[in-house]
Design a binder for this molecule. Structure first.
Ligand SMILES: C[S@@+](CC[C@H](N)C(=O)[O-])C[C@H]1O[C@@H](n2cnc3c(N)ncnc32)[C@H](O)[C@@H]1O
Length: 377
């Protein structure tokens, strides 16, 4: 990772015209920024369906905000915008309600620890599997693991939780699923938990050595300076933040039922303790992703965003189009109506075409554009 690319620019001309002009350059697609590998190693703790790419977050932050500003991401997922904002010297607040997303976001808040201390801590852990009960864990989860490995994972997570070792906890959840030798499950995809081969007996994979290797991978890039990161597990329709307490908002919200944030992450959610059908249903009900009430629910969010944003503050929303039968619906146009009703000024949306073969979930409902909406209170 080339940290020299993170230039902190103190003289930001963030007039709406300048922001639109700068964003339209789509710089995150070019050269080094366009490479999958671009970004601080902490961005790579774990995957997330619908994650915004770190260089994309980087340029939005750079063009819209200045160092020292407070940025809110009301749908922060695994904390890409809060982390990148912090690396660029902004203070950031991330909100989400998915426990897996919150786990990884919180891991990124512990970015100022000492690597040697983290390694020492794990080396001194007495990780056991004997006596650990996995009776309550559903069979579909057990299918992914060697029994002793699963016991070690659950035992270690308990200790890490009690010790508030959020970074190490996130690393362990990160390696709990995947296809590489450093992962703990039977070989299965790193993002979506496709079932492992039924005839795979599942070799024992020890937690300690893999966890230490993982920590080293994710803590390898230095951090020169950083702003604070706060992560809140709450509903964006009812924020606990004070009125006019944030300078700017940057977010990639859910749009219609394009992605399923609960089912797509079911294995890592189970590892984080959300495996009962009732719990998953409650989370699904709270997550804005249903088609039928999408705009009604987003209106509630927009009212809250207006309340917490300082006058003159910007709101940048990255949304994709969605499909109704054969009809392509421009989500940004629908949301713009709501934003204007609530009191925001809308300056328009910059189009960012997405190559079809890169869409995460290959259904017939393919996203063709992301649109970057610019609004101001
Ligand atoms: C497109 S994803 C955001 C991804 C994020 N930018 C990242 O890079 O990881 C949308 C997020 O909105 C969250 N979400 C949906 N409804 C929510 C609500 N009512 N309150 C808070 N978060 C919500 C989902 O859990 C999901 O993580």
């Amino acid at each position: 990772m080339i940290l020299e690319n993170i230039k902190i620019d103190n003289k930001v001309d963030n007039s709406p015209e300048e922001i639109i002009k700068n964003i339209s350059k789509l710089e995150w697609k070019d050269g080094l920024y366009g490479k999958q590998s671009w970004g601080h190693s902490l961005h790579k703790i774990a995957p997330y369906v619908g994650r915004i790419k770190p260089p994309f977050a980087h340029f939005l932050i750079k063009y819209v905000t200045k160092p020292g500003d407070t940025i809110l991401d009301p749908f922060c997922g695994i904390g890409t915008i809060p982390l990148e904002g912090s690396l660029c010297g902004r203070n950031t607040i991330g909100v989400d309600l998915n426990p897996y997303a919150i786990t990884i976001s919180e891991a990124k808040t512990q970015h100022n620890l000492i690597l040697e201390d983290l390694i020492d801590y794990v080396e001194n852990l007495d990780i056991i599997s004997k006596g650990v009960s996995i009776r309550k864990i559903p069979d579909w989860v057990k299918e992914y693991y060697n029994k002793n490995t699963l016991k070690e994972i659950l035992y270690t997570l308990n200790i890490l939780k009690a010790d508030e070792q959020k970074f190490i906890y996130g690393c362990l959840v990160g390696i709990s699923q995947g296809h590489r030798p450093g992962h703990l499950s039977k070989p299965c995809a790193w993002t979506l938990p496709y079932k492992p081969r039924p005839d795979d007996p599942g070799e024992y994979r020890d937690v300690k050595t893999r966890l230490i290797a993982k920590i080293k991978r994710n803590y390898k890039d230095k951090i020169e300076s950083s702003g604070s990161i706060k992560i809140l597990k709450e509903d964006s329709r009812k924020l606990s933040l004070e009125n006019e307490s944030v300078d700017h908002i940057i977010s990639s919200p859910p749009y219609y039922n394009t992605l399923d944030y609960v089912n797509s992450h079911r294995l890592r959610l189970a590892i984080c303790g959300v495996y009962k059908e009732d719990d998953k249903k409650a989370l699904r009900d709270q997550t804005i992703q249903r088609y039928k009430d999408y705009l009604d629910e987003m209106r509630k969010v927009i009212v809250e965003l207006y309340r917490v944003l300082k006058p003159g503050g910007y709101c940048v929303f990255v949304v994709g189009d969605h499909f109704k039968g054969k009809l392509v619906i421009n989500t940004s146009e629908e949301l713009a109506v709501l934003f204007k009703e609530v009191g925001f000024t809308y300056y328009g949306a910059v189009e960012d075409p997405i190559p079809v073969n890169k869409s995460v979930q290959k259904t017939t409902k393919k996203v063709k554009f992301e649109r970057i909406m610019l609004l101001q209170k």
